[in-house]
Ligand binder design. Structure first.
Ligand code: PGA
Length: 249
């Protein structure tokens, strides 16, 4: 099955309204590559402004709460993201799994809430360095998938992002063979659980993707796109990654 390439920028805790010019430039350039789906996930505070500044653009959150409303100081519900103009959300990023103590069950509940609100989901998984070095990366990631991917969803509305923790923001990347092995294992586990629907789910690689390594990493087997942090903050760095995805079709 042909899956459209998907390149998503995760701005993390970066960006104020002055950064909207970069978002405009990114989406304008992305429009020249209609074969690639491009999305940006800015901080919550910029979602409404970015969605307003670039009509039709895919703008997303970086997290949501699993509850619809209530006494959860500092949290944002999936419906609120939709209300602000978001069409997608990242859940389970390692900076939240590790930094905020989110479990697989938490991530699954967030994904379920997001899907119920009508958002598309990018669900992140990935192993720490010690696990990779001990040879346990695939088992670790497949356990995360088993515990955090919901049972019931439209396959084209949930993407998995494989992001080895040791590759995030470090400039280190796995070998193409390791990426292909991991993505193949993820696809196999999804196929065992969801049957043919697994062929419609997109699997992104994330961790130190840049304009120089994007073609190689996105060309690995079963890689359908990239989740990009640092290199998504400017059009100059992000657009070459979109172009690399476009060249791969
Ligand atoms: P990075 O971040 O591209 O800066 O390594 C990726 C991510 O955390 O999604």
């Amino acid at each position: 099955m042909a899956r459209r390439k998907y390149v998503v920028g995760n701005w993390k805790m970066n960006g104020t309204t002055t950064a909207l010019a970069e978002a405009r430039a990114i989406f304008a350039a992305a429009g020249e590559h209609p074969g690639v789906d491009v999305a940006l996930c800015p901080p919550f505070t910029l979602i409404g402004a970015m969605a307003g500044a670039v009509p039709g653009a895919a703008v997303g959150g970086q997290d949501c709460h699993s509850a619809a409303s209530g006494a959860f100081t500092g949290s944002v519900a999936a419906d609120m993201l939709v209300d602000a103009g978001a069409s997608l959300v990242i859940v389970g990023h390692s900076e939240r799994r590790e930094g905020c103590g989110e479990s697989d069950a938490d991530v699954r509940a967030k994904a379920e809430a997001a899907l119920a609100a009508g958002l598309s989901v990018i669900l992140c998984v990935g192993e720490p360095r010690t696990v990779r070095e001990a040879g346990g990366a695939i088992d670790y990631v497949l356990a995360q998938i088993a515990g955090s991917v919901p049972d019931d969803f439209a396959a084209d509305r949930l993407a998995i992002a494989y992001e080895p923790i040791w590759a995030i923001g470090t400039g280190l990347v796995p070998t193409v063979a390791d990426v292909a092995a991991m993505h193949g294992a993820i696809r196999g586990a999804l196929a065992a659980r969801f049957g043919d629907a697994a062929q419609a789910m997109r699997l992104l690689y994330g961790g130190s993707v840049n304009g120089d390594n994007a073609a190689e990493l996105l060309g690995a087997g079963d890689v359908d796109g990239a989740l990009v942090g640092g290199a998504s903050l400017t059009a100059a760095k992000f657009v070459p990654i979109v172009a690399a995805a476009a060249a791969l079709g």
